[in-house]
Design a binder for this molecule. Structure first.
Ligand code: F6P
Length: 372
């Protein structure tokens, strides 16, 4: 539907919507929030930003802010983080409430807050855990339309080709490796760079290829340290980058992924250092591609509200945004038990064995593990 700048059209229904960001932050959140705000205003709707994710709904009174161009000016929408914040460490949330036996009360309070705020719809911008939790505790949202937008640098959400924040994270990690490559060359040595991504290798795989890494180790593919050592020893250069995803494991070893691999290289006489870009992967100015994705996802979320949809997630399929049901999202993911809540399963997606990037990496002489 097209809107003119005077907003509400004849016959349109006035709505009051809320938006919140939850889980780990990433770049692109502010673009999504701003686009939701602008698109909603064009429709003549009110938009409340909920501060600190579910913490804001748990607060009495709920912690909210009326969203407008003063709160989030366009020039700030490229910045990482979330103008609405993502929640306090240690605050009561679904997980801590469940472990303390307080989940019922927590859910009742969230339901009451949504009711008191008189929201017609809630747009929840979250990662894998947040979306799985929203579905697991869906009764809270029974009187509002719940529309989810997937964001995460981990790219571990099923049914969508992209998540907001991933492209910027790949860019950040690639730049980090680019810088290290020069000092690596000066000192004839190797850097073992540990990426984020939890138990998904997408970030390491994409940035590793982009940066010209000599090896990329991801949780989805078995690797062998002896083969890695041989590969490095046969390298045409005596320096370079080995990207290891934080989720890899090595039998008989513990500690950080990069340290485990570094020890193996040291033992074989390969001079190396470790490097940890950590949360810089979640930061950095949002790339144009992430801004476009955030804009398209915001638009699809608003259209879903107009179409009276609920319990849906916006997803990118064949380059176009659509909605899929949250039930399908949960069913499509590989169920991973939450370490804190026995009954909660997170719907993860991983690098699939037929991902074309694996073959490309292999054909380009990158050690990617023991793939055929
Ligand atoms: O899920 C996003 C993510 O950045 C992971 O890649 C990483 O393992 C984790 O969050 C870090 O969490 P925290 O911000 O609590 O250190």
């Amino acid at each position: 539907m097209f809107y003119d700048i005077i907003g509400l059209k004849m016959g349109e229904i006035m709505k009051r919507i809320g938006v919140l960001t939850t889980g780990g932050d990433c770049s692109g959140l502010n673009t999504a929030i701003w686009r939701i705000m602008r698109g909603a205003k064009l429709r003549g709707w009110d938009v409340l930003g909920i501060i600190d994710g579910t913490d804001g709904l748990y607060a009495t009174p709920p912690s909210v802010i009326e969203l407008n161009d003063d709160v989030l000016p366009v020039e700030n929408t490229r910045l990482s983080g979330s103008v609405l914040h993502n929640g306090h460490a240690g605050a009561l949330n679904f997980e801590t409430a469940a472990t303390r036996g307080l989940l019922d009360n927590f859910n009742k309070k969230l339901y009451k807050s949504l009711h008191d705020l008189k929201l017609d719809a809630l747009i929840l911008i979250g990662g894998n855990g947040s979306l799985s939790l929203a579905w697991a505790n869906r009764e809270i949202y029974r009187d509002v339309q719940l529309i989810c937008i997937p964001k995460t640098i981990d790219m571990d959400i099923p049914l969508t080709e992209r998540t907001i924040g991933f492209d910027t994270a790949v860019e950040q990690l690639t730049r980090f490796c680019d810088q290290l490559m020069l000092t690596a060359r000066s000192h004839h040595r190797w850097f073992v760079v540990q990426s984020m991504g939890r138990d998904c290798g997408e970030l390491a795989l994409n940035a590793g290829i982009a940066a010209g890494a000599s090896a990329i180790l991801i949780p989805e593919i078995k690797f062998d340290v002896k083969s890695l050592v041989q590969h490095i020893k046969n390298s045409p250069t005596d320096y370079g980058i080995i990207v290891v995803a934080e989720g890899i494991s090595l039998r008989g070893h513990s500690g950080r992924a990069a340290d485990m691999i570094s020890r193996g290289l040291n033992a074989a006489g390969i001079t190396n250092r470790t490097a940890f870009p950590e949360h810089t992967q979640r930061a950095g100015d949002t790339t144009a591609s992430d801004r476009l994705l955030a804009t398209a996802m915001a638009d699809t979320a608003l259209n879903a509200i107009e179409n009276n949809e609920t319990y849906v997630m916006v997803a990118l399929e064949n380059g176009k945004c659509k909605t899929v049901s949250l039930a399908d999202f949960v069913a499509a993911g590989e169920s991973v038990a939450d370490p804190n809540i026995a009954e909660l399963k997170t719907a993860n997606a991983y690098v699939s064995p037929d991902d074309p990037l694996l073959e490309i990496a292999h054909d380009m002489g990158i050690y990617i593990g023991e793939i055929k």
